[in-house]
Write a protein that binds this ligand. Structure first.
Ligand code: BGC
Length: 399
């Protein structure tokens, strides 16, 4: 009962903080726009222990904007409950992340929260975590091929892609297209990230019938996930790939690109740059999708260069992880009941079927993503306190 009340208060306080836009509790680097104050390998430590329990948080990299937000929200949430926190970033280097997690285990952390760089490379180090009786929450990305993962917290990843596909379907009114045809190209995420396939499939499953019918045409012929994947979700990689596609299939000065379906914002940024520099038409006439609400992409939304992004409130993902983490630290085995007991002010589904890591189906808490366009940006992101508008009308993150 006490825990329920604490969780509720935390969720309420967090929402209130965000709603007023105070963002006080958030202290970390917001990412792309700011110079990195620390090196990626730096492990931050705090000493505010409650009951001497420590939470080890392993994030992939500070170079992709959202993970800065995740890291700072998670750290702040666990610290607000009196836990000590060790937070690592591993520069998108798989070996570095293994070392960082080994370090957290050696430091005797009581709980691990891990967003994996490569979901398939942590089996050995997580076997060590299991031996040391440390529960593991797979954060945002599912960790594969291990029996050491207790729970998964993420957004509904398939729905993220589905929202992108449905957005395109609606914008072009594909269901009533008649003889009209439109050209589309796909850019997906890192194949080492288990989420990337879910995003791609979610979008592709909506659009496939229009591709089959010839309403949507993929001039490059690249419709397989493996073909359109982008290593490390890197902007410069997405830029190069799209430049090649544009040169090979849209270089005649008249073949129109109608849609660039990009799985997330870091790839959308590269694709947008390629379209601006290497395409004969106007970037504003191309529907470009994304995901995350990175500051540079929101500026593109305002300028009409990117058409939509799927926003995932990582502040809420951190709150869900906190309540789940507390339950695990207390030796409980949470289930669906956690959602109502915690009294979260956001929607979350408990799913024991969808996420199989090749060893077991991992019980998952899945939050709900939101479509953001130029038209609802202020309502969804500014009025809710996640971002403020700067003097030029561009969104800036509040944490
Ligand atoms: C996350 C996305 C993010 C991508 C690249 C994925 O695992 O779910 O939000 O855009 O990684 O950082």
């Amino acid at each position: 009962m006490k825990k329920k009340l604490l969780s509720f208060l935390l969720a309420t306080t967090m929402v209130a903080t965000l709603a007023t836009g105070c963002g006080e509790a958030a202290t970390a680097d917001t990412g792309a726009d700011e110079p990195a104050a620390t090196t990626e390998e730096t492990t931050e430590e705090t000493t505010t222990a409650s009951g001497d329990q420590t939470v080890g948080i392993a994030m992939p990299t500070q170079s992709l904007e959202r993970w800065n937000r995740d890291g700072s929200y998670l750290k702040e949430q666990f610290e607000s409950k009196g836990y000590a926190v060790e937070l690592t970033y591993s520069d998108n280097k798989i070996d570095q992340q293994v070392k960082d997690i080994e370090g957290l285990i050696a430091d005797d952390v009581d709980l691990l929260v891990i967003a994996a760089i490569d979901g398939e490379s942590l089996s050995q180090v997580l076997a060590d975590a299991k031996d040391a009786n440390i529960p593991v929450i797979s954060y945002d990305r599912l960790i594969m091929n291990t029996d050491a993962v207790s729970y998964y917290v993420s957004f509904d990843n398939y729905t993220v892609g589905k929202l992108q596909g449905e957005f395109v379907e609606k914008q072009l009114d594909l269901a009533n297209a008649g003889d009209k045809t439109y050209n589309i190209e796909f850019t997906a995420g890192d194949p080492a990230d288990n989420n990337a396939g879910f995003f791609f499939n979610g979008a592709y499953d909506v659009l496939k019938k229009y591709i089959d019918a010839g309403t949507l045409v993929v001039k490059s012929g690249q419709t397989d996930f493996d073909k359109v994947a982008t290593k490390n979700w890197a902007t410069d990689e997405a830029l190069k790939i799209m430049q090649n596609i544009l040169a090979s299939y849209y270089g005649d000065g008249k073949t129109k690109l109608d849609v660039a379906l990009c799985s997330n914002d870091s790839t959308a940024l590269g694709v947008t740059q390629a379209i601006e520099s290497d395409y004969w038409g106007d970037v504003k006439d191309v529907i470009i999708t994304g995901q995350d609400g990175d500051v540079a992409n929101l500026a593109n939304l305002v300028d009409g260069k990117q058409t939509m992004t799927v926003y995932k409130a990582v502040a809420n993902e951190a709150v869900a992880t906190l309540d789940l983490g507390i339950a695990l630290l207390n030796g409980e085995t949470p289930d669906e009941g956690l959602i109502s007991a915690a009294g979260w002010n956001f929607d979350c589904a408990y799913d024991t079927e969808s996420y199989d890591n090749n060893v077991a189906k991992i019980p998952s808490y899945l939050l709900v993503p939101t479509v953001v366009t130029k038209d609802n940006l202020e309502k969804e992101l500014v009025d809710t306190g996640y971002y403020t508008l700067d003097a030029n009308g561009y969104p800036q993150a509040t944490n």
